[in-house]
Design a protein around this ligand. Structure first.
Ligand SMILES: O=C(O)Cc1cc(O)ccc1O
Ligand SMILES: [Fe+2]
Length: 455
């Protein structure tokens, strides 16, 4: 892919034409569209949502999406995803959990086959909840596109760039950037660097938005202009056997068609995929004493109807200066009514001297005590009150904070129970206020995946 051009601005209504004159000038659905294109609306909110929340785009395409063969269940990879969490398919534990980075498979695996659910809560059917997935992949998707009918995908690449073709155009996303692929948009992922790994936060029943800034004022944190939407790009070739893989209720379905879904010549609207470079984030923080709550670093938020309560906040811990006086500067020890999933994109994380690795994750469910590990605590105390300004470098951690109790997806009933026993035994043996490391989960998960791959 050459260098791409983007359109800037969060929540804007954009217009884009890959062929000039392809957008109808005065209406959305003329009897005959310019260049004989088909007009198709994609709605991200109900038709009657208030205007300030209403999301929809009009796509002008060579062939309408409906011209496909019927959807059928896709068997391969089926059991790795979940969008309805209950105590039969998932388990809840107040124990602190931490995972090592998942190994990238050596057998050919694309983004769809390498995607698996780690945890979540709620239900896509009831349009309330979320899921955390991870992906490990080593090859580009071929003659296929993916789409989640369940919710918006916020993708956080940790290793390897993602070249994402969407119906609105193309996005090049590097580790350190994020991409949002809203519910229903079809996309295909190419891996220019080969082995790739990353995280996905999926939300059901709502969409991401920029947080309010309150007393911070009109500027700061993630600036609207740094969010980049694609420009129209299309593929008009005949593509026999092209497969749409649609995630619906956590299950994968496939439908064949003889054309690429990336056949949109022009589009306009405010329901769009976009990307954001986390290094553009303008952090606000303590300038005198005490440690700020992490909400100060919210990049994007997905609201609930409860005032001030997010369904899911995407929060980062970027490089920044620490200057607080007579203050314990790392994250404080705490228990939270919200639940916290964390990942590390690169470098180290300020609360964990050991064990939390790039590509790894941690899970602290609601009211589970957590905080800095012993080494971090001791090093901080050793610096004493005289610690001067200090710049945290080479770091990019993130937290997904949710208003749910996390449920961890069970692997397979047979493996799940012995694993649970193993985790309990190791947990008891550790008997420590430091995070309990659940490496066994990683190993078992890889083995389960291999078993499925070989079928
Ligand atoms: O638990 C964590 O490491 C995340 C976190 C960071 C922080 O600076 C304050 C609170 C918090 O939950
Ligand atoms: Fe926390």
């Amino acid at each position: 892919m050459d260098d791409l051009s983007y359109q800037s601005g969060y929540g804007n209504t954009f217009s884009s034409e890959a062929l000039p004159g392809s957008l109808p000038a005065t209406q959305n659905s003329p009897l005959l569209c310019p260049n004989s294109l088909y007009a198709e609306q994609i709605s991200g909110t109900s038709f009657t949502s208030p205007r300030n929340l209403n999301l929809r785009s009009w796509l002008y395409r060579i062939k309408p999406s409906v011209t496909h063969e019927p959807f059928k269940p896709r068997v391969k990879g089926k059991s790795f995803l979940l969008s309805e969490f209950n105590q039969c398919n998932s388990s809840a534990t107040p124990t602190q959990l931490r995972w090592k980075p998942i190994d990238i498979p050596s057998s050919p695996t694309d983004f769809i086959d390498g995607l698996f659910t780690v945890c979540g809560a709620g239900s896509s059917f009831l349009r309330h909840g979320f899921a955390i997935h991870m992906y490990t992949a080593n090859k580009s998707m071929e003659n296929s596109a993916f789409c989640s009918a369940d919710g918006d995908f916020l993708v956080v690449p940790q290793k390897g760039r993602l070249w994402i073709t969407t119906e609105c155009g193309r996005l090049q996303v590097s580790p350190g950037e994020i991409a949002v692929l809203p519910q229903g948009f079809r996309f295909s992922v190419d891996l220019p660097d080969g082995p790739s790994r990353g995280y996905v936060a999926e939300i059901f029943g709502t969409h991401f938005q920029l947080p309010d800034l309150g007393p911070i004022g009109a500027n700061g944190l993630a600036a609207p202009r740094d969010f980049l939407a694609p420009t129209a790009w299309f593929d008009e070739s005949h593509r026999p056997g092209y497969t749409i893989v649609q995630k619906f209720g956590g299950e994968l379905f496939t439908a064949k068609q003889d054309f690429s879904p990336f056949n949109v010549v022009a589009w306009h609207g405010n329901y769009v995929p976009y990307k954001y470079d986390l290094s553009k984030f303008c952090p606000y923080n303590t300038v005198l004493f005490d440690h700020s709550d992490p909400s100060i670093n919210t990049v994007l938020t997905a609201p609930t109807d409860k005032p001030g309560v997010a369904l899911l906040d995407f929060v980062i811990f970027p490089p920044r200066w620490l200057v607080a006086e007579h203050t314990f500067r790392p994250p404080y020890y705490h228990r939270n009514c919200m639940s916290e999933f964390m990942g590390l994109i690169h470098g180290g994380y300020e609360a964990k001297a050991d064990g939390f690795l790039p590509g790894g994750s941690s899970l602290h469910s609601c009211m589970t005590p957590h905080g800095p590990d012993t080494k971090t605590y001791e090093a901080t105390i050793a610096q004493g009150n005289e610690a001067g300004p200090f710049r945290i470098k080479d770091t990019m951690a993130f937290m997904v904070e949710v208003d749910f109790e996390f449920l961890e997806k069970k692997l397979k009933p047979l493996l799940g129970f012995p694993l649970f026993v193993l985790c309990c035994v190791v947990g008891v043996l550790e008997n420590s206020w430091e995070d309990f490391e659940c490496d066994q989960y990683n190993d078992v998960l890889i083995r389960v995946k291999e078993r499925f791959d070989s079928k």
